[in-house]
Design a protein around this ligand. Structure first.
Ligand SMILES: [Zn+2]
Length: 116
């Protein structure tokens, strides 16, 4: 519900109190995304359903590679998951991605290169 006043929440990640302004409430349609995060944490964390990892290696000629996930597993990704305007892809590049479950196992989808 859209309030008529700014609302105060406690960040569910770092515990800091922050204000969710009327303007932000209107922009979000009155629905505070969960988990409720302060602007700093919201900026640092990937959106719901996506995660961030580092490119382990990528073979441009073969068109695929692997991402090191936060828990250490490796995740396959194919050239088709990269944006058309992606620059050179190489080790230690920070990327954000969704996870798609295929017959061959999980793979990264909609891979986005993040600024270092
Ligand atoms: Zn926070």
């Amino acid at each position: 519900m859209i309030g008529t006043i700014d609302r105060t929440y406690e960040c569910q990640r770092c515990g800091v109190a922050y204000i969710w302004t009327i303007g932000e409430q209107l922009a979000a349609g009155g629905v505070q995304p969960l988990p409720r995060l302060c602007p700093a944490c919201a900026h640092l964390l990937p959106p719901v359903g996506r995660e961030r990892g580092l490119v382990k290696w990528y073979n441009a000629r073969r068109g695929y590679g692997f991402i090191s996930r936060p828990q250490g597993e490796e995740l396959f990704f194919h050239r088709s998951a990269l944006p058309a305007d992606a620059g050179p892809i190489g080790p230690d590049l920070l990327v954000e991605y969704g996870i798609e479950h295929t017959e061959k196992g999980p793979q990264a989808a909609e891979v986005k290169v993040l600024p270092a």
